[in-house]
Design a protein around this ligand. Structure first.
Ligand SMILES: [Mn+2]
Length: 404
């Protein structure tokens, strides 16, 4: 069986900005590759959409995109295990099996955009389900866990403990943070050793760069296809290419990574600051912009990200460093982003330190928020607190009220 593994697509990313079409261009290329590779099935890692309430202007082209996959053969769902209940079926399903990510998640009982696509017959959504899919004469087991709060991820995986189906390969699909991938995570964050030990292959969403590793005890592959679109513009993303994985599932599972050619190019430059004045910094950056534009050949204008690191000259603070003029001057030639989070001045207050700790992931904003909320609201029920925090942080005031 041949399977295309496609990472977070973030359809609708930058909907009001310059990169409005990027998520769709790249998703289309990913699907076209899957079709030309004649895969039997596509496995997608969640975060199909960038927002939990995407606009019709985003949902409509998304449905069109998924419908283009009708060129693939129709697989069959033959077994489904939910809440330890096994159901045998012969149900034709769309050729895309996926989970929902943190960007789509809404509180329990509410409908998220992937529920909509599932009910429209465009995708087959797994929430905490094990399924056997049949394509031609071959079968595969897929165990998918849609995103849960990072605070409960470890215990959710442990309690679920899905059983591998006999006489076939079993894939595990998850969309969470992992200690191995992000530095300075709180202790409740999952590690690779928390992944089940009875699976043949692990597919991870959520992290946006492609990478692969092995389960520490079983040595089964742990693979991240990476997102199809650049959202955060991290340094690591500038070094790895965007693409999709094609798995060939036989006695063994082999994989190849196929690059997306239409994906916009990101250049990430670190600018070391040593007692420099803002005008010196702008001049240095402008010089680099000119060089990058001169050598650019891709059809989409490049993304240039500059990370400023170090201490400013005496008497200047980070907000004195402005790039508005530069960004405007080169707006038709490059999309320029400047990160000043590692830029310091001689005097740094306590608040600035908290912001810097948050930016460097030394503390998670989620656990900080839940802690503050617990104190303010005098609530001890952690599950309720967490749903309340999610609802409040997403601006769902009516949902928050119903939880109280
Ligand atoms: Mn994502």
């Amino acid at each position: 069986m041949r399977i295309a593994v496609i990472g977070d697509m973030h359809l609708g990313f930058d909907h009001h900005g310059l990169r409005k079409n990027d998520s769709f261009i790249n998703a289309k290329e990913a699907f076209d590759i899957a079709i030309s590779e004649k895969v039997d099935l596509i496995v997608q890692t969640g975060d199909v959409f960038h927002e939990r309430l995407p606009k019709p202007e985003v949902i409509s082209p998304a449905i069109k995109l998924f419908n283009s996959l009708k060129k693939l053969n129709t697989p069959k769902l033959v077994t489904q295990v939910r809440n330890k209940q096994e159901t045998l079926l012969t149900q034709e399903i769309p050729p895309v099996v996926l989970i929902y990510g943190n960007h789509e998640k809404r509180p329990p009982g509410y409908v998220n955009p992937l529920h909509v696509l599932h009910n429209a017959g465009s995708v087959h959504l797994l929430e905490k389900d094990s399924v056997v899919i049949e394509a031609g004469k071959e079968r595969i087991g897929i165990h998918g866990l849609s995103n849960v709060s990072e605070l409960f991820a470890k215990e959710t995986v442990k309690d679920w403990n899905p059983k591998a189906f006999p006489n076939m390969k079993n894939l595990f699909l998850i969309h969470q943070n992992f200690q191995e991938l992000l530095p300075h995570q709180p202790p409740e964050t999952l590690s690779y050793k928390d992944l089940p030990t009875n699976m043949d292959y692990h597919i991870l969403g959520h992290i946006h760069w492609a990478q692969s590793d092995k389960h520490p005890s079983t040595k089964a592959p742990v693979v991240l296809p990476g997102s199809t679109v650049m959202t955060e513009m991290k340094r690591i993303e500038s070094k790895s290419k965007k693409g999709i994985l094609i798995l060939d599932v036989k006695e063994n599972i082999s994989s190849k990574f196929i690059e997306l050619k239409k994906s916009r190019i990101l250049h990430y430059e670190v600018i070391e600051i040593k007692n420099n004045k803002p005008s010196e910094i702008t001049a240095k950056i402008q010089e680099d912009i000119i060089k990058k534009i001169e050598y650019h050949t891709h059809e989409l204008i490049p993304l240039l990200k500059y990370s400023l690191r170090g201490e400013l000259a005496d008497g200047f603070i980070p907000s004195d460093v402005s790039f508005r003029a530069l960004t405007k001057k080169y707006k038709d030639k490059a999309i320029i982003k400047i990160d000043k989070s590692k830029l310091t001045s001689k005097a740094v207050g306590e608040k600035a330190k908290l912001i810097s700790d948050l930016k460097q992931n030394k503390i998670s904003i989620e656990s900080l928020g839940v802690k503050i909320l617990a104190k303010e609201m005098k609530i001890k029920d952690t599950a309720k607190l967490n749903d309340l925090f999610t609802a409040l942080s997403q601006g769902d005031i009516d949902i928050a009220e119903n939880l109280l």
